[in-house]
Write a new protein. Structure first.
Length: 531
């Protein structure tokens, strides 16, 4: 089948031969649709309402202005039946006014039905169109098929947490902190997909992405898996519970991505089509245009929506060219909850040796546990078992918890730890620079030719912002993180008589929340000061 973009005023451009109307077939996203083809000026024309509705667009007709508006998410196409013009972009928008498409044949009203040039739609909306001469069939697809999905087996892919522990070494010692390695890694992956050369290599190596195509496939599977688990997760606790026992809620774990362009600053700068398609296909990213008036407000609202209101703001100014934003949200109940009856006030000794009174949760149950003369680690699983929090008491707060997981054994453990809440924000430029991402931050040196085009074609990362939230109580954990990459342009068995291990977190402790299937560290932090 020979592929081409149609240049005539409908789905099929004819040359010297005209086929009968009833011989023309139209298949949209592999679904045949009924059409009433007509012959006009030697060309076969097909009414497009059915085509675009099959593509997921809503189609509205304004009889007064004689405008047809096709809408699918953030994609808009307007057809002015009076002059036959085809316009791509949000209608009547002061921020991103629609652009008239270059069409060789105008849109037409024939027998009160609208026919439009698909070449404009193809280029402006990312459609692909193919013509099979043997079967006289037009094939229309939504453009995602143009993004190659690598034939990669992601079954055994595991997380590379190298960056997580290196960043942990750089975190402050004078305040509580918590960060999301997953959120940072995925935001950097959004940037890496638009980078090239040494710039891309530095980002990929530092973030532990490996081969970009492989990570894209892995990220897509991860996002789909978390969505499915949040939507459909069902455990024994959901089905079997007594009248006196509370039914567990589902674990919520979601990863969201979005890409934003400030059209007031952009001028002729825009995201490249291939980059947008990759963001949508692999990262399920929302693509948005904003302006100086509403840029910060809309991005912050998106962050708040995706984190259940826990991170209501990531930027405080609309003065940016583009933003690549990732949000991670997690909420889960302990598999073995703490009874509020046993929660009591107790003393917590912070890193400075000062004592503060906090509310301590307490329980004695079977947990996976490890200890040596310098370290104690306990694993507290969440409902369903696919995620867990590991808490470590150590003489060295920088302990790599994951290196001890295989050494843990099932023990009877008496846990006493404070309820806590931490909110933390940090600009990651210096940290990422020290870890190996250098070129991306240098105007004139950074190479993001795969992401943006126009202007001077010289783009760089201005800053990487990161905000997190975590709250731990008797029921479980709620945590959230947002990472924004801001772009600019330049000119075992219990013993018969179990020994109960005391795990008393009345001094600074570190913790991670981990995906038990992939090993991906969702969140990492330390609680060292009572606030």
């Amino acid at each position: 089948m020979k592929r081409f973009l149609l240049t005539a005023a409908a789905v099929l451009a004819m040359t010297s031969v005209c086929y009968a109307a009833d011989t023309v077939g139209v298949v949209v996203n592999d679904v045949p649709i009924d059409t009433d083809a007509v012959i006009e000026s030697g060309r076969t024309l097909v009414p497009l309402r059915g085509v675009f509705e099959q593509l997921g667009y809503s189609v509205k007709w304004n009889a007064e202005t004689k405008e047809a508006i096709f809408v699918n998410g953030d994609k808009y196409m307007t057809i002015d039946a009076k002059d036959g013009g085809v316009y791509i972009g949000a209608p009547h928008s002061s921020i991103a006014p629609p652009v008239k498409a270059d069409t060789d044949v105008p849109a037409q009203l024939i027998n009160d039905r609208l026919y439009l040039p698909l070449r404009a739609a193809s280029e402006g909306l990312g459609l692909s169109v193919d013509w099979d001469g043997e079967t006289k069939t037009v094939y229309v697809k939504d453009g995602e098929e143009n993004v190659t999905t690598p034939d990669i087996d992601t079954t055994d892919l595991k997380a590379d947490n190298t960056m997580a522990f290196k960043m942990n070494e750089m975190m402050p010692t004078n305040e509580n902190y918590m960060f999301s390695p997953l959120s940072i890694k995925m935001a950097l992956a959004l940037a890496a997909n638009g980078a090239d050369g040494e710039t891309q290599a530095e980002i990929a190596k530092t973030a532990g992405l490996g081969d970009i195509a492989t990570y894209n496939a892995y990220a897509r599977k991860l996002i789909e898996t978390y969505k499915a688990q949040s939507d459909d997760e069902k455990t024994e606790d959901d089905d079997v519970y007594s009248y006196f026992e509370a039914k567990h809620e589902k674990t919520q774990l979601s990863v969201a991505n979005s890409v934003w362009l400030n059209t007031d600053k952009a001028g002729d700068i825009k995201f490249k089509d291939d980059y947008i398609k990759a963001m949508q296909k692999f990262y399920d990213a929302e693509i948005n245009n904003v302006g100086m008036k509403d840029g910060a407000e809309r991005i912050n609202k998106w962050c708040s929506d995706k984190t259940n209101g826990k991170i209501p703001q990531i930027i405080n100014s609309s003065d940016f060219l583009a933003a690549l934003v990732n949000a991670v949200y997690f909420k889960a109940e302990w598999s073995q909850q703490f009874d509020e009856y046993f929660t009591r006030d107790g003393d917590f000794t912070d890193r400075n040796g000062e004592k503060q009174t906090l509310e301590f949760m307490e329980q004695t149950e079977d947990f996976m546990y490890y200890e040596d003369k310098d370290l104690q680690i306990v694993k507290m699983p969440y409902v369903g078992g696919s995620t867990a929090m590991y808490v470590a008491l150590s003489n060295d707060k920088r302990v790599n918890i994951t290196s001890y997981i295989n050494k843990m054994e099932n023990k009877k453990v008496h846990i006493k730890m404070p309820k806590f809440k931490v909110e933390y924000s940090v600009e990651l430029n210096d940290m990422l620079n020290k870890l190996g991402i250098e070129q991306a931050f240098v105007p004139g040196t950074a190479n993001f030719k795969g992401m943006l085009q126009g202007g001077t074609n010289a783009f760089f990362v201005d800053k990487v912002l990161h905000k997190t939230f975590i709250e731990v109580d008797e029921n479980g954990t709620e945590a959230a993180a947002v990472t924004a990459v801001i772009m600019e342009a330049t000119s075992a068995l219990d013993p018969e008589k179990p020994v109960i291990k005391d795990f008393i977190a009345d001094k600074p402790f570190s913790y991670i929340i981990r995906d038990e299937e992939t090993g991906e560290i969702l969140f990492m932090g330390e609680y060292a000061f009572a606030k």
